[in-house]
Design a protein around this ligand. Sequence first.
Ligand code: MEV
Length: 292
Amino acid sequence: MTKKIGVGKAHSKIILMGEHSVVYGYPAIAIPLKTIEVECYIYPSDHSIIFDFDDTLSTAIYAALDYLGKTQVAISYDIRSEVPQKRGMGSSAAVSIAAIRAVFDYFQQSVSDELLEVLVNQAEIIAHTNPSGLDAKTCLSDEAIKFIRNVGFEAIDLNLNAYLVIADTGVHGNTREAVDKVAASEIDNLPFLSQLGLLTEQAEQQIIAKDCQGLGQSMTAAHAFLQKIGVSLEKSDHLVSSALEEGALGAKMSGGGLGGCMIALAETENQAHKITDRLRKEGAVNTWIQKL
Ligand code: MEV
């Protein structure tokens, strides 16, 4: 049985702490952005799809069709996304989740989150080569999570009465390139990755203690180590400094880096707006405010 149109949705994510070090087994803390969504539609078509395995979306559609034994079926697909691509907001994972949900919906099959995660990570290997699984897990979660590769995840009670400013540098990040760059100097980078791991543990304690000042300091300290492993860019550094000048409690780049987004912690909503105004003046192409 098929439907006229299959529909699947997913939301995006932002990493608070632990990008890159999570690839090496250290914990990461990430937040779902439930209002920034992707939708995928599957339609009947005259032709079966020609898959492009260099493309995450095409690979995700293939993974779902292959699981269902339907790779020869004539369909086409369309994506509508509010998630900017290549900005560290989990666009590839969110697009894959929406696409897989849409394929299962089209064939009127249910798909568990466990199966979705396996299929999404197959597609993520195309986008990221060696994904930790953090993006897929956060895009599948409705709550903030602490995630450790190959170990598991737990929900985090993020109730800080603070605001996270997210700003898009406008520079396309490249997670695969950034992860490869860190790996190419692994021996030199290991001490910095370990420091990033410690800062993430510290940030978790600060979240539990509702210590926003401390959390901000951990974020800014993490940015310095992300610079040392070579994944920040001048524009991200500039936006981080500008946010701090504007009174942010802390600021850092977020996600794979080499462009993409930066984040800043604000004590009040008013301060969050002041920071976004300043970041836009300093060249951010888009900004969002997320209550924590
Ligand atoms: C990318 O969103 C996060 C990285 O830590 C890579 C990964 O976790 O696979 C840079």
